[in-house]
Design a protein around this ligand. Structure first.
Ligand code: NAP
Length: 311
């Protein structure tokens, strides 16, 4: 990114932050200061670095693409890029999401290091190949960095296709996903026997099942971890409603419950990236703030767990 770009981004960000601060949604000085030290993690299979906060698109981008919805989501996407976001996760399973995202990517130029990640979610080799090509056309990208087998569906077949695509240089990484704690046993046996670059599953302060086996396994095998549902689809906020953020959260540069949940997830040493989804600009700015400043250490993580459990 050149200097003029940086200055323009900075100016646009300050304008956005000032607007949000005016309506009491953001403490601008802190978030902007945090921007200077974005937290990244290394993908073990390549050495490439990724910002720890990315963006999900299920439900939030699955809208009827009328002008009002597109204008709103365009601002959400722009805020994501302005805050240094690069990792976007979608799937053909998410209704209109890939189409809406692609239309917006044609209007709002993504950064050169956009990390485009989608999934294959169908049965059969031919259908899988067609679906991935359709997704590529919808996004309007030359190719995907990462394609993940969605919910292990027909995984043996798609695995062969994806490994061939990887060796031909059509994609950079191969992944596999699940969510809600489903199919963990099968996922573990797949990961033990096949060299996936990425795995994606649910993990958050209210559901820590993945800590038992999946996270250690991924760390052991050098598999990058993308965490979906970092807010348990938003339900974590129901539990914290009416409760103030503890003062000690400021010790690790955390200024909101959203950042509390995200910093908890990405401070696990095996996690590469979390992909919260939002349809609101101020939530996007808030979420991206979790990717800056300090992360909680082990003692602080234990304190976060007990505090959340006590609510
Ligand atoms: N099997 C799979 O592969 C799989 C399964 C599930 C999910 N995923 C991926 O993971 C992504 C994330 O999961 P998810 O969308 O289910 O749930 P999530 O990210 O845990 O939660 C999203 C919800 O949190 C709310 N939210 C976001 N930021 C907030 C903030 N700062 N303050 C308050 N509320 C906030 C959003 O509402 P607002 O719109 O009002 O902000 C939305 O309702 C998905 O979009 C998808 O890309 C993959």
């Amino acid at each position: 990114m050149n200097r003029t770009h940086n200055r323009n981004d900075r100016r646009r960000f300050l304008k956005l932050a000032a607007g949000l601060a005016a309506i009491g949604l953001l403490r601008p000085a802190k978030t902007f200061a945090q921007r200077e030290a974005q937290i990244t993690r290394v993908i073990a299979s390549s050495g490439q670095r990724l910002p720890v906060i990315g963006m999900g698109t299920s439900r939030t981008f699955d809208v009827t693409p009328d002008p009002a919805a597109m204008a709103n989501l365009g601002e959400v996407l722009q805020a994501f890029f302005q805050q240094g976001g690069t990792v976007i996760d979608s799937s053909p399973m998410y209704g209109n999401s890939e189409q809406v995202l692609g239309d917006l990517l044609r209007r709002i130029p993504p950064p050169a290091n956009l990390f485009a990640a989608t999934k294959v979610w169908t049965d059969g080799e031919e259908s899988g190949i067609e679906q991935m090509e359709h997704s590529r056309q919808l996004w309007g990208v030359d190719g995907f960095e990462l394609i993940q087998i969605h919910n292990l569906r027909d995984w043996q077949v798609h695995y062969e296709t994806l490994m061939a695509m990887k060796s031909e240089g059509k994609i950079r990484y191969v992944g596999i996903t699940t969510s809600h704690g489903r199919d963990h046993d099968e996922l573990q046996s797949v990961l033990k026997s096949h060299p996936f670059d990425f795995v994606q599953f649910s993990y958050n302060v209210g559901n820590r099942d993945a800590e038992r086996e999946l996270l250690p396994l991924a760390a052991d095998r050098g598999i990058a971890v993308i965490v979906n549902r970092p807010f348990a689809r938003g339900s974590l906020f129901q539990k914290t409603k009416g409760h103030p953020l503890p003062d000690w959260a400021a010790d690790f540069d955390c200024g909101s419950w959203g950042q509390f949940f995200l910093k908890y997830v990405v401070s696990h040493p095996a996690v590469s990236c979390a992909i919260p989804a939002t349809s609101k600009v101020h939530h996007m700015v808030d979420n991206m703030g979790a990717g800056f400043g300090r992360l909680p250490d082990q003692t602080e993580r234990r304190r976060m767990e007990s505090y959340f459990a006590s609510l």
